[in-house]
Design a protein around this ligand. Structure first.
Ligand code: SF4
Ligand code: SF4
Length: 228
């Protein structure tokens, strides 16, 4: 089963299957020209827990505080967070002049752009798509592998794949139950996926621990375990 990765650019993620794929060894001469266009008037940058954690670490603030200041909850069965555009400019809140104020901690969707990413949820194999039209400038001789290494996408790929599979599994469980206390479940999920992280410690062990803590609670809230 292959699904467009979450996070991604909301409006585009559903069209990823139709876009041309590119393999790591193929030429990908794109280099960002730094125009900032992909940061303007965007309402669709969906964050993963790792994205929020990296922003929290960059800003030196708890993830929940960063979310309250810069994010909005997405509608839908599985809770998500997306960057909330500035009320004044309509642009990403981290766009500073023409540049990104959190460049070294920018979300995956930004690091990938103008690529899209899809993950096979069984094998965790990742495919990359080119979102058209291609912006930036061309520097011949560069491959997709070069781009992924330079943008920091490869070093986080394992965690992103695990996140995608974990979220897909949670979504399947929620969709299998008709009646449950939605607000309570949403609150538990937001804490496990996004909020209960200390940015001074590594993300992945905390994610594993949060999922383990979530399990009995979610089971009870979804009515999967019988009360004595
Ligand atoms: S986080 Fe940075 S790169 Fe991403 S949209 Fe905002 S300003 Fe642009
Ligand atoms: S990724 Fe493209 S749109 Fe975004 S700043 Fe670079 S050149 Fe501009």
């Amino acid at each position: 089963m292959t699904a467009p990765i979450m996070p991604g650019r909301f409006a585009e993620s559903m069209e990823l299957e139709a876009l041309p794929r590119i393999a790591p060894e193929e030429e990908f001469p794109f280099v960002c020209a730094g125009c900032g266009d992909c940061c303007r008037a965007r309402r669709d940058i969906l964050l993963s827990g790792l994205d929020l954690y990296r922003l929290a670490r960059r800003l030196g603030l708890p993830p929940r505080t960063v979310a309250e200041a810069f994010c909005r909850e997405t509608p839908g069965t599985l809770p998500g967070l997306r960057l909330m555009p500035s009320r004044r400019s309509g642009n990403c809140p981290f766009l500073d002049g023409g540049g990104c104020a959190v460049h070294d901690a920018r979300p995956l969707a930004c690091a990938l752009y103008p690529l899209g990413q899809a993950i096979d949820l069984e094998t965790l194999r990742t495919e990359y798509y080119i979102q058209q039209p291609l912006c930036g400038v061309r520097v011949p001789g560069r491959t997709l592998q070069n781009y992924l290494e330079d943008s920091g996408v490869l070093e986080r790929a394992g965690t992103d794949a695990f996140w995608a599979r974990s979220c897909a599994a949670l979504l399947r469980r929620l969709e299998g139950v008709q009646h449950y206390p939605r607000a309570a479940v949403r609150n538990c999920l937001l804490r496990a996926l996004y909020y209960d992280y200390d940015f001074r410690d590594d993300f992945q062990p905390q994610f594993n621990a949060n999922l383990a803590r979530l399990e009995p609670l979610l089971s009870r809230l979804l009515g999967e375990t019988q009360r004595p």
